[in-house]
Design a protein around this ligand. Structure first.
Ligand code: ATP
Length: 366
């Protein structure tokens, strides 16, 4: 009966309430997440938030203090790292300097006692995949950073793992090469269909590469979602602030009329916002407002169509080519960052009196 065909999602990695404590200090404070088969999943957060520890718990280099790690539905409690269907690419690449590229890649197969013919075939195949066949006889110190990166990736892929774990894989590369390798990493992942779990503190990298992102803060996951969800609908002030730039204002609910809340900020501004998940219906409830710089407009005077409009003075201007960024000091004492497309029109100068405005729907209350 075809209606009985199961359409359940398959998860390659599951963490259930995973905690890791080092010497009485929690590094991971109870993480639950599910990573789908074939997904490019990123763990994003500031330094020290527990990203690498989370990756090491999946790899088996560390054991959870409590909670469970499952890979392909199997509990990993008693499974040592080398028996898990995962491979890790470290930031430092960890290539053996005394071995050629070919031997570096073959190493994992040799210790698994793969036959010579099979080893040769697989190494050739994976080197072709990362476009490094020509370099098979070279040593790591005869390669560029990007090439070493590809070898490290080849070495992780040669065992055909279910999941590749990547710890800041592009961290050692300069900006231009990093951008190139981002494209390659993304293409390769899509072609292979292998699940990638990448740790990064670079929000742009996470946004551009991932199918989904877990944003971590202080040992916890604050939000999991697609890049678009995370950017457009951050659920906490931390996520709004960490992903992209934003203007944050503290305030509380003054009135609620129909579909609009009136917020009185701590600095005395009145701001209209759409009703939000963060509001429990209470007047006087404290909320944090988030307005993205690209949603703020700057003008010489108030326009009749402006919804939330405030007078201020230009403090700094930064010319960015495609955009111009202004920092405006409002009469309220608040400081607002504005990102305007550069239309080659009038530019404001420091000390100009201006009006900044934004649409009610563009302001999030968290
Ligand atoms: P970064 O981006 O700087 O690498 P991270 O988010 O990867 O940071 P972790 O390396 O997971 O952070 O570290 C989280 C916390 O756990 C830190 O406070 C760190 O000092 C601590 N920690 C990590 N490993 C150990 C360890 N082996 N022993 C003791 N403390 C540790």
């Amino acid at each position: 009966d075809p209606s009985f065909v199961q359409t359940e999602t398959h998860y390659d990695v599951e963490l259930h309430e995973v905690v890791k404590v080092f010497n009485g200090e929690p590094a991971v404070r109870g993480i639950s997440l599910k990573i789908r088969q074939g997904e490019f999943f990123s763990i994003l957060g500031p330094s020290g938030c527990g990203k690498t520890t989370t990756l090491r718990l999946i790899a088996g280099f560390d054991e959870p203090t409590s909670g469970n790690v499952l890979i392909r539905g199997q509990a990993m409690d008693t499974v040592p790292p080398y028996r898990r269907p995962v491979n890790t690419v470290f930031q430092s690449y960890a290539l053996f300097s005394h071995m050629t590229v070919r031997d570096n890649v073959a190493f994992g197969l040799r210790i698994r006692r793969c036959s010579k013919a099979e080893t040769q075939n697989r190494v050739a195949e994976v080197l072709q995949l990362v476009k490094m066949e020509e370099f098979a006889r070279r040593y790591p110190n005869q390669l560029s950073g990007g090439q070493q990166q590809r070898v490290a990736l080849a070495r992780a892929l040669v065992n055909r793992p279910a999941v590749v774990l990547l710890d800041e894989p592009l961290g050692a590369l300069d900006l231009k090469l990093r951008k190139e390798m981002q494209v390659e990493l993304s293409t390769l992942q899509r072609e292979l269909g292998v699940t990638f779990v990448m740790v990064t503190h670079d929000q742009e990298e996470a946004l551009s590469l991932s199918n989904r992102i877990a944003v971590m803060n202080n040992g916890r996951v604050e939000q999991i979602g697609t890049p678009n969800e995370i950017y457009e609908h951050p659920r906490t002030p931390f996520v709004a602030d960490f992903i992209g730039d934003t203007n944050l204002l503290q305030g509380c609910v003054e009135t609620a009329e129909g579909s609009t809340l009136q917020i009185l900020t701590d600095s005395g501004m009145r701001v209209s916002v759409p009703p939000t998940e963060g509001w429990d219906g209470a007047i006087g409830r404290a909320l944090v407002l988030s307005i993205r710089p690209e949603k703020v407009h700057i003008g010489a005077q108030k326009m009749s169509t402006d919804e939330n409009c405030y007078e201020g003075r230009v403090s700094t201007i930064m010319y960015l080519g495609t955009h111009v960024q202004y920092v405006v000091d409002l009469m309220s004492g608040d400081r607002i960052t504005v990102l305007e497309p550069n239309r080659q029109g009038h530019l404001f100068a420091p000390n100009d009196t201006v009006c900044v405005s934004w649409k009610t729907q563009d302001c999030l209350a968290l």
